[in-house]
Design a protein around this ligand. Sequence first.
Ligand code: ADP
Ligand code: MG
Length: 566
Amino acid sequence: MKQLQDMLQQIDGNSYKSYKTIQGRYSFHRYELHVDYVQGDPFAAPSKIRIIIPTAYRNIKAEWKNDSNRKVYVEDRIARSIGKAVSQNKIQPRGTGKSGLIAIDAPGQEILERTAVSLDPEHVTICLTVGLPANGRRINGKEAKRLFFDAIPAILSDSIFSIKDDALEEVAELSDQHQAIRSEMKKNNWITFVADGSILPRESGISNRPLKNAVPFNSPTANCVSIDVPHRDQPVHGMAIPKGITLIVGGGYHGKSTLLQAIERGVYHHIKGDGREYVLTDPAAVKVRAEDGRKVSGVNISAFINHLPHQQDTTHFTTDNASGSTSQATNIIEALEAGARTLLIDEDTSATNFMIRDRRMQELVARDKEPITPFIDKIKQLQDQLDTSTIFVMGGSGDYFDVADQVIMMDQYKPTNVTEKAKDIATKYPAYREDEIEQSSGKVSNRVYLQNSLQTYKGKKSKVQAKGLSTIIMGETDIQLDYLEQLVDSSQTNMIAEIIRYLDQKQILKKELTITQLLDKIEKQIETVGLASFATRPNEHPGELARPRRFEIAATLNRIRTAKVK
Ligand code: ADP
Ligand code: MG
């Protein structure tokens, strides 16, 4: 093994390129350092290193890592402690560009499987990025020594080497509680659970942290259930929403969208103190919205849209510029194609003509002049034929009272169950709508993306790279993900970019798998060999990756502008 200290001394003052020579493995007192990737210059993307700690120096109890759910929580908790130590670190090596930077892919409010910290039976592996110090474009060996021999050891001492077992035990217990709630939900066919006392609103439109002084959630009596969970004396109480069609109504600004958004995010698990730590939703719940302008490739939206002007085919609908209603229909069909069991819809982000078409409009515009079969006429069919549940917010039309299994009203942020009242009103004031159900087969398409969908080359170079949360640059085109409301962490976007790169490089699409088969295959690979197995160098620092859901992977493929389908 090389001696890092000597090497840094030797290359001090050399041109920055000489840093490449420090790539390799080094032994420290309590860990091994792997310098996997060395940046090309002080301003380029920072270098990637791993710290590998044998369990002899940091014991991780078997019961924290034998269970795959608990393991994710414990890894997440360690990553948070390192993130905190990094932000409080006082030893700051200096220099030009990114000199002295030390970073870990620290988690946000959600607990996601990620590559930042990973546990195996014998080690804790920590992935960091660092900016190797320079003066101008020359190596600053002295500051580099401070980075490796002072700053990083101090950060590790303040985090992984000092984090208390209690802190790890606490998140392992939270994992058990989440699993207990999920299994109770499954047993009772509940699609979402919102615990009493939860804080649903967020600090602001751009913050994912809880709003201070918010009104805590309090379940309607009719929906209140109690769940026994491990590691606490009292059961958890809250609102359970069963499978079926649930309508959320209420005055404007009374908290309808906030409730739906919390439900949307309940597909993920949240940390203690988030306010949504006991808000859990069917993992196969997908938010669908209008998204005009999006690309659509060969989707069968004929269940909703037929007889478009100029005989455009809606059984293989393709467009570079979808309208509000066609995009929303597409989003629903694609969600079902990827395996969605629950749809979440908000009036605020829906196309009005997709959601409602009242009696008067039916009279004026004849059925054969209107391509759209509104959602109200399909929602039952979805439930009966595909067993798909829907939770949706609709403050502006009572037509849905007829089809809803239950109606929840938000009043000053407090929900009440008004199902009976709504049904009485529906009898008293009939909507006189004509059903517009067309007996479509109810079959959801299962398309095949062809290999040449992935145009990853720009000139001679193949490139697939995430840029923030909602853009992936693929070759010469961008994939826009702004409207995927359940994509929550830019490391998930990184992972989706890696998946696309992998599919291209390994020519997986040549196998002509259906979307379902493809998603199953990707998920199986993540589960059996891990996130890193998709990376360019799976046995080194794999990059800052977090696990996306299959729905967001599918949604990304579905937005590729160069897509070719069969
Ligand atoms: P709606 O969809 O019914 O029009 P929103 O859900 O958009 O209403 O909520 C309106 C405002 O009220 C938002 O600013 C939101 O943050 C705030 N809000 C929602 N729920 C609560 C609550 N429980 N306590 C305090 N403020 C809340
Ligand atoms: Mg709203």
